[in-house]
Design a protein around this ligand. Sequence first.
Ligand SMILES: N[C@@H](CCC(=O)N[C@@H](CS)C(=O)NCC(=O)O)C(=O)O
Length: 268
Amino acid sequence: MLELYQFELSHYCEKVRLILDYKGLSYRKIEITPGIGQLDIFRMSGQRQVPVLKDGNEVIADSTEIALYLDRKYPDRPLIPTDTKERAQCFILEQWADESVGINARKLLINAVGQDSTFLTSALPSGTPGFLRSLVQSVPREAIEVVGFGAGASPDAVKTARKEMHRSLESLSNILRDQPYLVGDQLTLADLAVAAMTMYVKFPVGTYLELPAAIKGKGSAELINDPMLQPFWDWRDRIYADFRKAPLTAASSAASSSSGGPTSINID
Ligand SMILES: N[C@@H](CCC(=O)N[C@@H](CS)C(=O)NCC(=O)O)C(=O)O
């Protein structure tokens, strides 16, 4: 079976989970401990970041490389258009999602972590014992850098990130007003990248991710509640409903919400 070495809260890992679900491929998630667990990742793949996919003897790092590998090896339900122009649009949008939308979303999340010290514990798997939650809560800010929530979260950087994110979501809303997917009538890698990279702006509702119920559907209020951006959020809900599998039962989701996470979170 395919194995995904991941952080549950990583948006690049979410992109790969969306791809695997879209293609209908079963996989096992292996949660990596930030820092120490990344040594295994380095040994396995020659670099320290997740996601890493293992398929038999093949080890692939980087969400884009994983997408290309999966599309080659499992060509059913293709992610990359065959038409040259659509293919170009797909790659440009995917790269923009990873580099611009994803990085700005991460800055908004760092801001949330700074405002609410319970936020990091909310990202822990549901079965995490209380003492470990307290330990994580006491982790110094510098250690957060290790999991990639690093640099660039000064108040000015956050303000710029929010402004750029608004412009991005407005542009996406305008594209999606009269077409079902970003590159036309067929879903492509660009759609799954954009859906995943906006995970921190508004956490998906539903049992897709191992997160406490308290933060599901929450995020950056002004970006979630602006009616101009509604076409984008409707589209993302549709992508999740149509393609993302919900492996968690309602019961396990309820358990995670009562296991010591925060009761509310404000990502502004
Ligand atoms: N370009 C990579 C980015 C992956 C990435 O930034 N992963 C973060 C988690 S969101 C990570 O592993 N951070 C730990 C580190 O940098 O040491 C991809 O698309 O997969």
